[in-house]
Design a protein around this ligand. Structure first.
Ligand code: HEC
Ligand code: CA
Length: 282
């Protein structure tokens, strides 16, 4: 929130500065650009990257919690021939067995293939599908036991969203991790929770057809916001619309921040900031 207001303030100051280009000095000469411009604003300090969940945290508190005698995963996923070919009993083994390693996930047609961990993309990581009981992944883990709590699963998600580093918490920017489109509804997921206030402010929907493109009226769609996802539901369907374009994080308008106060990396260049645009046709 703080950041959002800062950006707003800077835009406001820039707008004021632009209008005050006139003025004469004591001798009747126009003031120079330099004298007239407002005090230079200090560059805003980038927020220090918050230390995220580490793989060591996951091993110690979830996969192989020896302190609590709760070897949730390592009861089956350790030793010489671990079940599912997956050994989670140390940071080194967990890293080697998870990050970039092929999982066996299949979709209804038997042709999807997932990495066990796809750095930066929890929604496409097989371990998350297995922990959340996704229908594309067969039986839910831990097998035959109560599922992990959502907080525990979110810890695994957080580590993946951070780029799934071997050590440390990582600081990868938040990206759009998945878009799914149906007839009257579009859903956009993020690799981490985003600040829904900033999301609501800076999401534009355009309707387009062969001839023109226009900004949709906010009563032509409904936004359903949750932590990590926004759903855009069109109601009622507008005649003449052939294509919908959704734009997020257009920095000319406002900016979307994630739960850590960092800008959404809309253009996925691994640098905070940048717009995301998605178009779909019927
Ligand atoms: C009671 C035994 C058991 C427990 C406990 C268990 N698993 Fe599994 N796990 C299996 C078996 C068996 C398979 C292979 C069959 C399958 O994929 O469903 C498997 C497969 C997996 C796979 C897929 C591997 C691949 O690439 O095919 C993942 C990921 C996984 N488990 C994660 C976990 C995690 C994380 C935990 C702890 C929260 C856990 N499991 C707890 C038995 C278990
Ligand atoms: Ca970027």
């Amino acid at each position: 929130m703080k950041n959002y207001f800062l950006v707003f303030l800077l835009i406001f100051l820039a707008a004021c500065g632009a209008g005050s280009g006139e003025g004469l000095d004591d001798n009747g000469n126009p003031l120079s650009e330099q004298n007239n411009s407002p005090e230079p604003q200090p560059e805003p300090e980038p927020e220090p990257a918050e230390e995220g969940v580490t793989l060591a945290d996951l091993v110690d508190t979830i996969f192989d919690n020896q302190a609590l005698g709760d070897q949730r995963c390592t009861n089956c996923h350790s030793g010489g021939s671990p079940l599912g070919g997956l050994n989670l009993s140390s940071v080194e083994l967990a890293y080697a067995n998870l990050v970039g390693a092929n999982g066996e996930g299949v979709d209804a047609n038997g042709n999807a293939s997932f990495k066990r961990v796809q750095p930066g993309n929890p929604d496409e990581s097989y371990i998350i599908l297995k922990l959340e009981g996704d229908s594309r992944a067969g039986s839910q883990m831990p097998l035959g036991e109560a599922p992990l709590t959502q907080d525990q699963i979110n810890a695994v998600r957080d580590w993946i969203a951070n780029g799934a580093p071997a050590g440390g918490g990582g600081s990868a920017p938040t990206v759009v991790s998945k878009v799914s489109a149906e007839k009257n509804q579009l859903s956009v997921r993020f690799s981490r929770p985003v600040n829904s206030g900033t999301l609501e402010q800076d999401l534009q929907v355009y309707f387009e057809n062969k001839n023109t493109s226009w900004l949709a009226d906010s009563n032509e769609y409904e936004l359903i916001l949750s932590d990590q996802e926004v759903r855009i539901r069109f109601l009622p369907w507008v005649a003449d619309v052939e294509r919908v374009a959704v734009v997020l994080n257009d920095e000319k308008i406002a900016a979307i921040y994630d739960s850590r106060g960092r800008l959404l990396d809309g253009d996925k260049d691994n640098i905070d900031g940048g717009a995301f645009r998605y178009e779909y046709t019927f």
